[in-house]
Design a protein around this ligand. Structure first.
Ligand SMILES: [Zn+2]
Length: 663
C-alpha cells in the first residue's frame, strides 16, 4: 500500500466530516459489459460504419485541435489543444474501434491510450496541463474503457497513481477550483474510481471515492427541488445537466442516500419542474445552452444527447430500472439520428423538434445562435465541443443493449440487432438478437453458443400494453410493462426467445400550447417534408489521405423544406388518431430520409392560424410556434405521411390539432 496515499485520504475524510467511511460501497444491479462484447448487426452496425468512414474515422485530419492535440504531440500549444477536444474524440474513437473490432481504428485508438499513459509524471499527474481535472476525467474514462476490453496491464497502476496524487491535491485545489465543469462533471471520474475499486478492492479507493463524491455539484438537490435556474450556475447548462444524471446513481453507491435513489425519476417526471418547464417528448430537455423553454422551436445540444445516452447507461446499470432503458432507446432512436447528418459526414450542434429550416440564420439562442451553422449538418457546426464529443453516442448505446446481472445472469436492457458474448451462469454464452424493433414489434433472441443455467432478464417497455414473451414457443407468464421479466432456466444453443411488443399509434397532447406528438412504440413520428439540400461549404480530407469513399468530401449543408409545413393533425372523435401503418423491409440505413422503413398515413390540414407556417419576425430562421390547440379545421383535409423522427433532416414533430367534429 502507498502509505502517503492512505494518510492523505484519512485526513480528507476527517476534514469532510463524513461518518460513512466504514460503510461498504453498494454494488450496481447490473454490470456494464466491455465495449466490443456486444457486436451490432445489420442497420445498427451500419450507423457505426458511417462514423468509421465519416467523421470519426477522419477527425484527426479534419480538426487540427484533435489531430495535433497536445495530448498526442506534447507540443505545448495550449488552449483547445490541451483541453477537452482531443480526449473527447479519443473516448468515442476507443468505443467505436472496440464496438466494430476494427484493426485500423484500434491502432489509432491505442496511439491515444499510449500517449495518455506515457504523459504521467512522477507525482502521478498526467496530460498536457497540471491539475487539469476536467479534461483529465475524459482521458480517465477512455483508458478505463480500453482496459476493460483489452485488459491492458498498464492502466490500473496508472489510475492508482493519479488517484493517489488527487487524494492529496483535491484537499487544497478542489474540483471547482479548477473549473465549474470539473465540479459539474465529476461523476465521470467517480465512475472510473468505482470501476477500479471493484477490480482491485483497495480500501484507499473507497475513501477516495467519498472524497471525490463530496466535491461534485449537488445534482440530486437540483433535480428534486430546482428553484430558479438562473441561480443554479453550472447546473442549468444543458450538457452539465445531462452529464450530471450520472452523479445520483454513483453517489448512491457511495453513501446510499435515498435522495440520490429518487433523483432520476424526479429529473424526468412528466409533471416535475424540469419536464413541465423545459421537457420534450423525446425525453430530452431544451437548453440552448442554458435550460430554455418547452417551445417546439427551442433546441437541445448534441453533447447533451450523447451524454444523456451515457448517463442512462450508468443509471440503468446501477438500479436496473426498466424505465431508464425506455428513455435510452427514445433518445438513441429518435434524437440522435435526427441530429446527425444522414451521410455520416456531418453533425448538428443543436436539435430542434419543429425544424423546417437548417440554415445559418437567426435562431436567437443564448449561445451559438447564429453565424456558426448550429443547425447546418457538416463537420463544423457551432462551438467545437459537439464535433469532438458526439463520437461515443452510437457505440455506447450499443454497449447498453445487454448487461450482466448481479445474480450471474444476463439482461436485455435495450433492444437492437446485435450479438452478445458474455459470461452467464459461469459459462461464456453467445446470443444473437434479430427482429424488426424499434421499427416493428418483434425481437428474437437465439442462443448460439454455451450451455448454462442462469436468469435471463428482459426489459418490457413501459409504453407496451400487451407484451408477449415466449421461450421455444411456450408463453411466459407475468410479463408486465415497465419492468424486467425474468426467465430462469437451463439455456442451450438453439433456444429461442421471442418478444412481441405490439405498437399502437398514439397521439398525446399537453406539450407547449397543447401541441400533440405522434408515437408508435419507442419512435416519434414527424411530418415528412420534401426539401432542398444545398452544399454551402466543403472541407476536404487531404488528397493523399483519401480513400475511395472520401471523394465527396465533408460538406456543410443548408436544408430547407421545399413545401408548406403548416400542417395540423385531425384527431378522431375520441381524441385519438386514425393512422394507416405502412411498413417496408428495414434497409441498411433506416435513418436515411429516402429509406424510412415505416410510415404512418394520417389526416392533416393546413392552417395559417397564429402565423403557423411562417418564421418569426426577428428570429428569421426559427419556425413560429404551433397555435394553441385545439384549432378549427380549415380547407381540405389531406392524407400525409409521417416518418420516424430519426429519419428526418427537416421536420415537424409537435403539431397543432383539431377534432374531426370541429369542422
Ligand atoms: Zn457540444
Amino acid at each position: 500500500m502507498n502509505k502517503t496515499f492512505f494518510l492523505g485520504v484519512a485526513a480528507s475524510v476527517a476534514l469532510s466530516g463524513s461518518a460513512l467511511c466504514g460503510e461498504a460501497l453498494r454494488p450496481p444491479a447490473m454490470h456494464v459489459l466491455p465495449d466490443g462484447a456486444i457486436q451490432a448487426r445489420a442497420w445498427l452496425r451500419h450507423q457505426l460504419e458511417l462514423q468509421r468512414d465519416g467523421l470519426t474515422g477522419h477527425a484527426e485530419e479534419l480538426y487540427d485541435d484533435i489531430g495535433n492535440s497536445d495530448w498526442l504531440t506534447g507540443a505545448g500549444r495550449g488552449g483547445q489543444y490541451a483541453w477537452e477536444r482531443g480526449p473527447y474524440y479519443a473516448k468515442g474513437l476507443v468505443a467505436l474501434a472496440l464496438a466494430l473490432d476494427d484493426a485500423a481504428l484500434k491502432a489509432k485508438a491505442k496511439r491515444w491510450v499510449d500517449a495518455i499513459l506515457a504523459s504521467q509524471r512522477p507525482n502521478g499527474d498526467f496530460g498536457p496541463r497540471e491539475r487539469n481535472w476536467w479534461a483529465n476525467m475524459i482521458a480517465l474514462w477512455l483508458v478505463r474503457d480500453w482496459c476493460a476490453a483489452t485488459d491492458d496491464p498498464r492502466v490500473p497502476p496508472f489510475l492508482e497513481r493519479y488517484f493517489a496524487f488527487q487524494a492529496q491535491e483535491l484537499q487544497r485545489y478542489t474540483l471547482v477550483d479548477e473549473s465549474k465543469w470539473a465540479m459539474a462533471r465529476g461523476a465521470d471520474e467517480l465512475d472510473v474510481v468505482l470501476w477500479l475499486h471493484a477490480r482491485t478492492g483497495k480500501r484507499e479507493l473507497e475513501a477516495f471515492a467519498r472524497l471525490l463524491s463530496g466535491q461534485i455539484a449537488d445534482w440530486s438537490t437540483f433535480y428534486h427541488r430546482g428553484g430558479d435556474p438562473s441561480k443554479a450556475g453550472c447546473r442549468s447548462h444543458i450538457v452539465n445537466f445531462m452529464q450530471g444524471i450520472k452523479a445520483p446513481p454513483l453517489q448512491w453507491r457511495v453513501n446510499g442516500d435515498p435522495r440520490h435513489r429518487n433523483a432520476y425519476a424526479a429529473a424526468f417526471a412528466p409533471d416535475g419542474w424540469i419536464m413541465t418547464s423545459y421537457g420534450r417528448p423525446d425525453r430530452m430537455v431544451n437548453g440552448s445552452e442554458p435550460l430554455s423553454s418547452r417551445n417546439a422551436s427551442e433546441a437541445t445540444e448534441l453533447c447533451a444527447i450523447a451524454e444523456r445516452i451515457l448517463s442512462n447507461l450508468v443509471a440503468l446499470s446501477t438500479w436496473g430500472d426498466a424505465s431508464i432503458g425506455d428513455d435510452l432507446e427514445t433518445v438513441a432512436y429518435n434524437t440522435l439520428p435526427a441530429t446527425l447528418g444522414a451521410d455520416g459526414r456531418g453533425m448538428r450542434y443543436y436539435n430542434i423538434l419543429n425544424l423546417p429550416y437548417c440554415v445559418d440564420g437567426r435562431y436567437g439562442f443564448v449561445n451559438n445562435g447564429e453565424k456558426v451553422g448550429s443547425l447546418c449538418p457538416g463537420p463544423h457546426s457551432g462551438f467545437g465541443c459537439c464535433r469532438s464529443n458526439f463520437h461515443f453516442a452510437w457505440p455506447k448505446f450499443v454497449q447498453s443493449l445487454w448487461m450482466q446481472t448481479a445474480d450471474g445472469g444476463l439482461a436485455a436492457t435495450a433492444y437492437g440487432p446485435c450479438t452478445v458474448t458474455a459470461v452467464a451462469g459461469g459459462t461464456q454464452v453467445t446470443v444473437e438478437e434479430t427482429g424488426s424493433y424499434p421499427f416493428g414489434p418483434d425481437v428474437k433472441l437465439t442462443f448460439r453458443a454455451g450451455a448454462a443455467t442462469f436468469p435471463l432478464k428482459l426489459r418490457i417497455p413501459g409504453w407496451c400494453r400487451a407484451p408477449r414473451v415466449t421461450v421455444n414457443g411456450a408463453a411466459v407468464a407475468d410479463v408486465k410493462p415497465g419492468s424486467f421479466c425474468t426467465v430462469a432456466r437451463a439455456w442451450k444453443p438453439g433456444d429461442e426467445v421471442a418478444l412481441h411488443f405490439p405498437m399502437e399509434v398514439t397521439v398525446s397532447g399537453g406539450w407547449d400550447r397543447d401541441a400533440a406528438v405522434v408515437t408508435r412504440g419507442p419512435l416519434l413520428y414527424a411530418l415528412k417534408l420534401a426539401y432542398e439540400d444545398k452544399v454551402v461549404e466543403s472541407y476536404e480530407v487531404p488528397f493523399e489521405k483519401r480513400t475511395a469513399g472520401d471523394l465527396n468530401g465533408f460538406p456543410r449543408r443548408e436544408i430547407r423544406a421545399a413545401e408548406p409545413w403548416n400542417h395540423a393533425l385531425v384527431l378522431n372523435a375520441r381524441g385519438g388518431i386514425d393512422a394507416e401503418v405502412v411498413t417496408r423491409e428495414i434497409p441498411l440505413h433506416p435513418f436515411d430520409p429516402a429509406a424510412a422503413p415505416v410510415s404512418l398515413k394520417v389526416k392533416t390540414f393546413r392552417s395559417d392560424f397564429g402565423g403557423w407556417g411562417h418564421t418569426r419576425d426577428i428570429l428569421t430562421a426559427r419556425a413560429v410556434e404551433p397555435p394553441p390547440s385545439p384549432i378549427a379545421i380549415e380547407g381540405d383535409v389531406q392524407t400525409r405521411e409521417l416518418v420516424p423522427m430519426g429519419a428526418t433532416q427537416v421536420r415537424i414533430v409537435l403539431f397543432p390539432w383539431a377534432r374531426e367534429s370541429d369542422k
